[in-house]
Design a protein around this ligand. Structure first.
Ligand code: ADP
Ligand code: MG
Length: 720
């Protein structure tokens, strides 16, 4: 049978419907899929040793003849052993297989086999347990660098390796090169067929490195091309002209803007007044004052008679923002509304009709802001706060929601704006608009990653804290200090302060807890709160919020804490992002070792927001020195970017780069820690290419464009 990359795997001998289904679970349906299913590691099975010379303690191949029929013994119920004696010209090898009775007939006395496994020794006899084996000379699983693939139940590595071998041998021919020749030459990259063949079956580690290098480059290159294309496309959309000067807005505030805030607002002002749809990210550490910058955008929209939607990742945050926006903007006559999932019935109806009629200027909410029934009158600006929870797809759908035909009213004064830089004289504001999009991230992200994750955005950085902040003193403590810690909390409350105690718990939105099977469940958090209330702090007012409480239940607790009616707030990571209670001065994190450093940094950012000296106590019962060492990074620095770099180094990019968080295609080959230089090379090349050929229209780029489209197939509409 002639195989092609489109051939379904179920047409191959040995792959029935059941196996087909299991392979499907790995994302493998066709021969072509196999080519993209890359090994996670390799086993060097090239060298075959005599029994006498075989190195001990590491896997290797030995060749030996089966000397006697295999013996089966049943040790106890559920444990069967097959024992086999094999020999070569100088030595003896005793093989033991667990629960593989069928091997009795697979290993024939008198035949020579190659066994791959860890060699042990009993006296002068060599031993091996559960080795891989094949008849000498067959060369399928031994005598080579063996690829080891990601597997699933019922699919062995040998099966996959066999299938992939066929794919590599028979399906590579038609595979066309899609990297432009120029780029391939400049960066010394091998051809696509070579790379795909040798990433599976390298004859040497040098070949493997060559293949891998090309694939890493290709992966980042195509991804960056896609993001740059998105950026190009979107920046061509027309945006409403929103004129407004930061100085004028600043008059509404009880404090003076930091230089970073002013600079960022100016960047925003230029974008907003430029007539093109803005796509901007503000990266600022916790507490750097992003909300005010958002308020500036909202103010500018309202002042020009347009609407602004501000989206927060949780209802808690949405409520808090609505509150802040209202107190900042209502003195300027700006009307602010709140729309979350729990605004229902009459209230919701009233709000929706006000939005549709243009009687609300700013609406703050959760994803509910973009549900089907929400109609805007003239949405000109969309702001997403704590953006790391929103991905590329959401950004795109936000933009789609606001776009449409409407006429920008001329309301309010635009005086003063003429002094602003690069503002066009006259812009026709009738017609189809894309809303301006502003996203705000409190998770500092290492530069390399930021370029990828936010490759479709312009970036402003808020790298300055409002004045009067003292850094939060951070301590890592063990169980032995628990008593002292409670006493310390007591004293702080006596001084009028408030305290957060955060526990990890398994929640959908909680990446840190997910991989820790031991994380206390919900009951643990609830009972811990009770214990604190009843026994530890009977004289204090202790509240509890967790992620599974309904917003209606959470809200009164948060309000009470915010207004100082609670002393201690026990919570899960629902308070991780954004919550702003300046009087809180202590952040205790239980089981701190279960969190990522960046997440801990976020939590710590909940305190030190007022004028009071603040503390972060990371409690861990972990005995592992490396776990403690990791936590101590937080004691050493308050710089979110530095912490993020460290997190990347220690935990890999998963936390930053999970699909769930960013909606970006998964990277298969590239390793952010190891491939930094190549990463940069690929990014840079892609950005240059897209700026030279923004639509990839050059005939030399046709196949590349197809690749980009394929990679972003979930966003197909964006790459027509
Ligand atoms: P984040 O960047 O973490 O979202 P916020 O916007 O919540 O930070 O601001 C943190 C706190 O700092 C708020 O209480 C806010 O009112 C205050 N703040 C923001 N900007 C300034 C400033 N320029 N001067 C003084 N306080 C400020
Ligand atoms: Mg914030």
């Amino acid at each position: 049978m002639a195989l092609t990359r489109q051939t379904p795997l179920t047409q191959l001998p040995g792959v029935g419907p059941a196996r087909g289904k299991r392979l499907g679970k790995l994302g493998l349906d066709t021969m072509g899929d196999l080519l993209n299913h890359l090994p996670v590691r390799y086993e060097d099975r090239r060298e075959c040793f005599d029994l006498r010379d075989a190195p001990e303690g590491r896997p290797c191949c030995v060749s030996a003849m089966v000397a006697a029929p295999p013996q089966i013994s049943r040790v106890r119920k559920g444990l069967e052993l097959v024992k086999v004696k094999a020999v070569d010209h100088v030595g003896t090898l005793h093989l033991t297989f667990f629960n593989q009775a069928y091997l009795k007939d697979a290993l024939r006395p008198g035949e020579t086999y190659v066994f791959y496994g860890i060699v042990g020794r009993q006296g002068r006899i060599r031993t091996m347990t559960n080795p891989v084996f094949e008849r000498e000379g067959s060369g399928r699983h031994t005598g080579l660098i063996m690829p080891v693939y990601p597997l699933t139940a019922g699919i062995s590595n040998n099966l996959l390796a066999g299938l992939t071998r066929r794919a590599v041998d028979e399906c590579l021919d038609g595979l066309k090169e899609f990297l432009p020749a120029q780029i391939r030459l400049e960066h010394a990259l091998c051809q696509t067929q070579y790379a795909r063949k040798h990433i599976h079956y390298p004859a040497s580690y040098e070949e493997l490195a060559v293949a891998r290098r090309r694939l890493v480059f290709e992966e980042l290159f195509v991804l960056t091309c896609g993001l740059s294309l998105l950026k190009e496309r979107r920046s061509r959309g027309r945006g409403a002209v929103l004129r407004g000067m930061p100085e004028e807005f600043a008059k509404l505030l009880p404090f003076v803007l930091t230089d970073a805030q002013r600079r960022t607002m100016e960047e925003l002002a230029v974008d907003l007044a430029g007539g093109r749809a803005m796509n901007r990210l503000i990266q600022g550490d916790v507490g750097s004052g992003k909300t005010v910058v958002a308020a500036f955008g909202a103010w500018a929209a309202a002042k020009n008679g347009c609407q602004c939607a501000l989206m927060a990742p949780t209802e808690l945050l949405a409520e808090q923002h609505a509150h802040t926006m209202n107190s900042m903007l209502s003195p300027a006559g700006i009307r602010v509304g709140l729309l979350t999932g729990s605004v229902k019935g009459v209230a919701r109806k009233a709000l929706l009709s006000a939005l549709a009629a243009g009687e609300l200027d700013v609406v703050v909410g959760t994803h509910a802001l973009f549900s089907q029934d929400v109609v805007y009158h003239n949405l000109a600006l969309v702001i997403a706060d704590e953006q790391h929870r929103f991905g590329v797809a959401q950004r795109a759908s936000l933009a789609a929601k606001g776009g449409g035909m409407w006429r920008q009213p001329s309301r309010g004064s635009c005086e003063g704006s003429e002094t602003g830089p690069s503002i066009p004289d006259k812009v026709d504001n009738d017609g189809v608009f894309s809303p301006h999009v502003l996203v705000m991230s409190a998770t500092p992200i290492p530069r390399t990653l930021a370029l990828i994750i936010y490759g479709d955005l312009d970036v402003s950085i808020l790298d300055q804290m409002p004045p009067g902040r003292t850094p939060v003193s951070t301590y890592v403590v063990g169980e032995d200090k628990r008593g002292r810690m409670y006493a310390f909390i007591h004293r702080q409350v006596e001084e009028g302060r408030q305290v957060y105690i955060v526990c990890p718990t398994v929640e959908e939105t909680d990446p840190a807890a997910e991989d820790s099977a031991k994380a206390p469940d919900l009951k643990a958090v609830t009972s811990y709160a009770e214990q604190l209330r009843d026994r530890v702090f009977p004289d204090l007012r202790v509240g509890l919020v967790h992620g599974r409480m309904k917003p209606k239940e959470k809200e009164p607790v948060m309000t009470a804490f915010r207004s100082g009616e609670l002393d201690v707030l026990v919570s899960t990571t629902v308070i991780e992002v954004g919550v702003d209670v300046p009087n809180a001065s202590v952040m205790v994190v239980e089981n701190a070792e279960r969190f990522g450093l960046s997440q801990l940094h976020q939590l710590r950012g909940r305190v030190g927001r007022g004028t009071h000296r603040s503390y972060c106590v990371l409690v861990t019962s972990s005995r592992s020195e490396s776990a403690k060492e990791r936590l101590r990074v937080l004691c050493a620095t308050n710089d979110g970017f530095q912490i993020a770099e460290e997190d990347l180094r220690l935990r890999g990019p998963g936390d930053f780069f999970g699909k769930r968080q960013h909606g970006l295609p998964q990277l298969k080959v590239a390793d952010f820690a190891a491939d930094v230089a190549l990463l940069k090379e690929a990014q840079q090349t892609a950005v240059e290419l897209i700026s030279a050929d923004p639509e990839l229209e050059n005939p030399a780029h046709v196949r590349l464009k197809d690749r980009v489209r394929e990679l972003f197939k979930e966003h197909a509409d964006l790459f027509n």
